[in-house]
Design a protein around this ligand. Structure first.
Ligand code: NAD
Ligand code: UDP
Ligand code: UDP
Length: 325
């Protein structure tokens, strides 16, 4: 990418997490210096172990709900637990990381005059009454339910980003990320793709919530990271919010069947109650990402699932299958 000198120093908060670790790797591959800041709440040292010997990589244990004074040229703000199980474990902290954490990172961006990208989410649309979801849709979110700490925290973070732009001229970028999957997902964090793959590989029942007719649209991680980097590199007057996701929509029952077929598993499907406020449907309209970023996903679902299955297969074969309940 043009204009990005080798020495450009980039801060990635949440850099030891699923998306963050892939982003750190991609930025290093592009020639940047990377400062990864993470409190390891859901991130894993394992994800960045390989990177730690890299001369342009620096790792800092820090909770971004507390102020952070560093020098940086760009900020990707990814710190926040993303799986429902993790973000509901300590819901007050989840709201804090989106609100206090964003204020601190925006304060930092303001001081050092660096552009800052927020990892927002399709959850700002809640249980959407419009389908597919366009960026102009304001959403349908329960403010007091078990998912609210995440959804409302992320909505407030978007507000803060736009107010720091209007009030202080901070250069902001907001990505609304839809369900993303791939290697480095936590095998035990309860998200559907990792759950189904681990269950299928172990021959355990596939836990399908509700009747399995709810839909999601899954984006492979490499595509998503490409989208985030393209967004960061847009001119200052482009802020988003912009949807990043793969528009291929399928029901959770279809996903279970697909994973059973790809793994050759004999796992039965076991129905479980649908969690509260579980969105019925979700599909990104990516017209804006196509036109403004020249971006669209390249990795199809079967190909992405195959790569993810290979990753979990390797993980489960390790002598001590860490983290797997
Ligand atoms: P993840 O849980 O794997 O990673 C989050 C990282 O943030 C972890 O390394 C965690 O330890 C760190 N973290 C949490 N609280 C922190 C704090 N207070 N200070 C410093 N670090 C902290 O999740 P992910 O899937 O990699 O998601 C990354 C970002 O993308 C999140 O902001 C999430 O909301 C957003 N997002 C992800 C998806 C998805 O499908 N993966 C979808 C929409 C949005
Ligand atoms: N902040 C930070 N790093 C910086 C600059 C600011 O963590 O390099 C934090 C600081 O703690 C502050 C917050 O960001 O509370 C918001 O900063 P801002 O300048 O907007 O507000 P103020 O300092 O006036 O409260
Ligand atoms: N889900 C499921 N079985 C599981 C985990 C999740 O059927 O073991 C469903 C869940 O109810 C939701 C969908 O899969 O409808 C996606 O769940 P996930 O937690 O991955 O993401 P989110 O709900 O945040 O989109």
């Amino acid at each position: 990418m043009e204009g990005y000198g080798l020495q450009r120093r980039i801060l990635v908060t949440g850099g030891a997490g699923f998306l963050g670790s892939h982003l750190c790797e991609a930025l290093l591959a592009r020639g940047n210096e990377v400062l990864c800041v993470d409190n390891f709440f859901t991130g894993a040292l394992d994800h960045v172990t390989r990177l730690r010997s890299h001369p342009r990589f620096e790792l800092m244990r820090h909770d971004i709900t507390f102020p952070l004074y560093v020098e940086t040229d760009q900020i990707y703000n990814l710190a926040c637990p993303a799986s429902p199980m993790h973000y509901q474990f300590d819901p007050v902290q989840t709201t804090k990381v989106s609100v206090h954490g964003s204020i601190n990172m925006l304060g930092l961006a303001k001081r050092v005059k660096a552009p800052i990208l927020q990892a927002s989410t399709s959850e700002v649309y809640g249980d959407p009454a419009e389908h597919p979801q366009r960026e102009g849709y304001w959403g349908h979110v329960n403010p007091i339910g078990p998912r609210s700490c995440y959804d409302e925290g992320k909505r407030c973070a978007e507000t803060l980003f736009f107010d720091y732009r209007r009030q202080h001229g901070v250069r902001i970028k907001v990505a609304r990320i839809f369900n993303t999957y791939g290697p480095h997902m936590h095998p035990n964090d309860g998200r559907v793709v990792s759950n189904f793959i681990v269950q299928a590989l172990r021959g355990r029942p596939i836990t399908l919530f509700g009747d399995g007719t709810q839909t999601r649209s899954f984006c492979y991680v490499a595509d998503l990271i490409d989208g985030l980097m393209r967004l960061m590199d847009t001119p200052d007057d482009f802020t988003g919010p912009v949807n990043l996701g793969n528009p291929t929509e399928l029901t959770m029952r279809e996903l279970a069947q697909r994973i059973i077929a790809l793994t050759g598993s004999r796992s039965p499907i076991e129905y479980r109650p649908l969690p509260a406020d579980d969105p019925r449907q979700r599909q990104p309209d990516i017209t804006l990402a196509r036109s403004a970023l020249g971006w669209e996903p390249r990795v199809g679902l079967d190909e992405g699932l195959r790569r993810t299955i290979d990753y979990f297969d390797g993980l489960l074969r390790q002598p001590e299958p860490v983290l797997i309940a």
